[in-house]
Design a protein around this ligand. Structure first.
Ligand code: NAP
Length: 255
């Protein structure tokens, strides 16, 4: 039956950047759909609080401290997930950072920081998780959090925009290489979502009103607006979709 294909009962995996915003919403919805989830990030106190909140919907929900900019943390995250659940069915590469500065002033440090978290971290965590899926001969789902900026760019965002565009290519590369193992790799591309990352922009009333007027659905997304796509892409209901980015942007890119 079709609704059973959307269930995540018996599936387990990882969500990075799950202590806040979009990642927290992903983890919550995955647990609500029946999954057991490791939630990862750098701030362990926040992850533990998030885990306590999400457990009311099911679980287990296991917080693990991991900085995706560090290769040793990446391997440890995968190893500990296998210790906890015995397997990995899905990985959400959601951790991301933004640095705003115009191209003429952008620093090497900001460039390296953004690329290390948004692109290098996503790649090597995917690689570590895929190696487990391949060795266990398990079907797998990898879902990257991209952005509508991957297609458009924006002002004062050279590294962020390029990293998200790179993530689109990386999504396709991994989808190609790992299709033979039945590991499907897709991305979710949010438009404007109200989170810690965007709160300063949201509070800029004039700027925010102008952006909102350009969104066909007439409002910013809440993190929960992304949850349906997350459950779908992690579930058996999307078993013939790979290499794609689903934009969840209120129609922004169709304008
Ligand atoms: P957020 O609340 O700031 O979430 C970012 C998360 O990433 C945090 O939980 C943070 O946790 C984690 N993180 C940052 N650096 C990390 C690292 N080195 N290792 C592990 N975790 C790290 O903002 P958000 O809007 O939910 O962002 C989530 C994703 O959505 C990002 O990839 C972002 O680029 C993307 N996105 C957001 C929007 C939007 O409008 N909000 C639009 C398009 C795409 P710790 O600080 O605890 O590590």
């Amino acid at each position: 039956m079709i609704l059973e294909k959307f269930s995540l009962k018996g599936k387990s995996g990882i969500v990075t950047g799950a202590g806040s915003g979009i990642g927290k919403s992903f983890a919550t919805s995955l647990v609500q759909a029946g999954a057991e989830v490791v939630i990862a990030g750098r701030n362990i106190g926040r992850l533990e609080a998030t885990a306590r909140e999400i457990r009311q919907f099911g679980g287990p929900v296991v917080p693990i401290q991991a900085d995706v900019a560090k290769m040793e943390d990446i391997q440890n995250l995968v190893d500990r997930t296998v210790e906890e659940f015995g397997k990995i069915d899905f990985l959400f590469n959601n951790a991301g950072i933004i640095r705003r500065n115009p191209c003429e002033d952008f620093t090497e440090k900001d460039w390296d920081d953004v690329f290390t978290v948004n692109l290098k971290g996503a790649f090597f965590l995917s690689q570590a998780a895929a190696r487990v899926m391949i060795s266990q001969k398990r079907k797998g789902k990898i879902i990257n959090t991209s952005s509508r900026i991957a297609l458009q760019s924006g002002k004062a965002l050279p590294a962020y925009g390029a990293s998200k565009a790179g993530l689109t290519q990386l999504t396709k590369s991994m989808a190609n290489d790992w299709a033979q193992y039945n590991i499907l790799v897709n991305a979710i591309g949010p438009g404007y979502v109200r989170t810690e990352m965007t709160e300063p922009l949201y509070q800029d009333k004039e700027w925010s009103a102008e952006m909102t007027s350009r969104i066909p659905l007439g409002r910013w997304a809440d993190p929960e607006d992304l949850a349906g796509a997350a459950v779908f892409l992690a579930s058996d209901a999307s078993d013939y979709i790979t290499g794609q980015t689903i934009f969840v942007d209120g129609g922004w890119l169709s304008m």
